[in-house]
Design a protein around this ligand. Structure first.
Ligand SMILES: Nc1nc2c(ncn2[C@@H]2O[C@H](COP(=O)(O)OP(=O)(O)OP(=O)(O)O)[C@@H](O)[C@H]2O)c(=O)[nH]1
Ligand SMILES: [Mg+2]
Length: 468
């Protein structure tokens, strides 16, 4: 699927900006650059390998009539030291629609064709500069939403996923060598690679990556946190305080929030979706009842919940009812993590009531006293939310960013290894294992790119933007 055409595209986003960049990659890149570029000195542009990685100042013109198009900087990257490994010219234009479109037009007229989405990265992959996992990490780098997510994506761009799969791959290859030899020379004494050891090394390495991907998913996609409590305790005020903006309506009237308000925030380095819910209480009001039903559902679908209490009033039946609803979650969560924090709000008010009658219903949940009005206690709550979300993860697994396709491929590799193990335990002929072990190797190859077909590649790279 690699063709030898020289491709070009505008690599910066549409709209106006300080700069806009046009990227040209392929064997004709230097010739096209020279055809449309006029240097300030009047000397012709010579883009030779010796002059790679230099920047030239000058003008882009339409070579047909020498009409001026833009004043630019042109960067020259000779093969193989470029993103695609091909000869590459990057033209930094003024960042407006016309300078870019006109420059692209003369680039096309000089012999380039429009790049497909992701085609530069596809070429980097096909030319062996990036493996497939690295190429896909480019998307994660571009779309990272938090500093931590960016670090992970950059790690993957430098080959982390493939490195982490290497122990599994090596064990499987050595196992296969043994199985093939055993099939070919059934009577020979073959120095026994320990089949079980190889299987378990491979299994453990793949499991670790899958475990790590739960952490990675949290860092990349974040988690949903529901704010629940009876009317008027300050759920909407807390949402606003966490967002540092007046997003939700706050009034002294109980039953203010009737539908769920959903907002994204960054809390303790994680992308978090906050759900402000309607206060839960027994009510005759139909609209309010519907809102309450939604609150219950929001609670069920969230990774963590904040039970908000009004520290200035004594616990009510409604508080206890909600606490019980929340406590139902407890047995489901892993590793001693309750998935719930209790927020005792309105700590600025002089009269504070004893909340133990509610708190005791949710044993083990961290309790944070705070005031949405003064902001006291907010940093503590943010840390507590971060801990709630993170502690649900396997403690040691190093985070990994896997997309759905990669995740699925590794799961499949694991399944095949388990089948291979079962074949062995059942005492079936040893060469029967080889089919599954080979399939496991193939599944790993789908992540690193050694075993993907063109249709899959086309699908993967179509998710990229043009010019990347
Ligand atoms: N003194 C004090 N008042 C607060 C605090 N937080 C919220 N309030 C007040 O409590 C009242 C209710 O606040 P809301 O945020 O609307 O409460 P809610 O839980 O969203 O209420 P519903 O939407 O009706 O369920 C408002 O008058 C707020 O100003 C606080 O920290 N201190
Ligand atoms: Mg509200």
């Amino acid at each position: 699927m690699l063709d030898s055409a020289t491709i070009a595209a505008i690599s910066t986003p549409p709209g106006q900006g300080g700069l806009g960049v046009i990227r040209i990659s392929g064997p004709e890149a230097a010739g096209i650059g020279a055809a449309i570029f006029r240097s300030a000195t009047g000397r012709p542009l010579r883009l030779t390998p010796e002059r790679s990685h230099r920047v030239f100042y000058g003008r882009i013109v339409d070579p047909v009539d020498e009409r001026l198009i833009d004043e630019v900087l042109l960067t020259w990257l000779a093969s193989p030291h470029s993103y695609t490994t091909e000869d590459t010219v990057e033209i930094s234009c003024h960042g407006g629609r016309l300078p870019l479109q006109e420059t692209l037009r003369v680039v096309m007229a000089a012999g380039a064709r429009h790049a497909e989405p992701g085609e530069f990265t596809l070429r980097a992959f096909l030319n062996g500069r990036l493996d497939l996992a690295q190429a896909e990490a480019v998307l994660d780098v571009i779309s990272a939403r938090t500093a931590e997510g960016l670090q992970l994506a950059l790690g993957d761009l430098r080959g982390d996923i493939t490195r982490r799969l290497a122990p599994a791959r090596n064990a499987i290859v050595s196992l296969l060598a043994y199985l093939d030899a055993a099939a070919d020379f059934p009577d020979d004494e073959i120095p026994s690679t320990d089949v079980d050891a190889d299987l378990s090394v491979a299994h453990a390495a793949l499991e670790a990556v899958i475990e790590g991907s739960r952490a990675g998913q949290l860092i990349r996609d974040g988690a949903q946190v529901a704010l629940v409590g009876r009317p008027n305790v300050g759920k909407s005020s807390l949402l606003n305080a966490l967002l540092r903006s007046e997003r939700a309506i706050v009034t002294p009237v109980a039953g203010t929030t009737r539908d769920i308000v959903t907002e994204s925030a960054h809390i303790d380095g994680l992308p978090v979706t906050l759900l402000d819910t309607a206060g839960i209480t027994e009510t005759e009001d139909l609209v309010e009842q519907l809102g309450i039903e939604r609150s219950r559902r929001a609670l069920a679908s969230s990774a963590a919940a904040l039970l908000v209490l009004d520290g200035a009033t004594a616990p009510t039946d409604a508080d206890r009812e909600i606490a019980r609803l929340i406590a139902e979650r407890l047995p489901e969560s892993h590793s001693g993590n309750t998935g719930v924090a209790i927020v005792v709000n309105k700590s600025d008010l002089p009269e504070q009531a004893d909340q133990s009658a509610v708190v005791d219903i949710v044993p083990g949940a961290p309790i944070v006293r705070l005031s949405c009005h003064t902001g006291d206690g907010l940093p503590e709550l943010e840390r507590a939310i971060g801990q709630l979300l993170r502690s649900d993860l396997a403690t040691h697994a190093q985070p990994a960013l896997l997309n759905a396709r990669q995740h699925w491929a590794i799961e499949r590799a694991l399944e095949h290894l388990e089948l291979a193990g079962a074949t062995r335990t059942a005492g079936l002929p040893i060469d029967l294992m080889a089919t599954d072990v080979r399939a496991a190797l193939h599944a790993i190859g789908e992540v690193t790119g050694e075993a993907v077909d063109d249709a899959v590649l086309a699908e993967i790279f179509s998710r990229f933007c043009i010019g990347k």
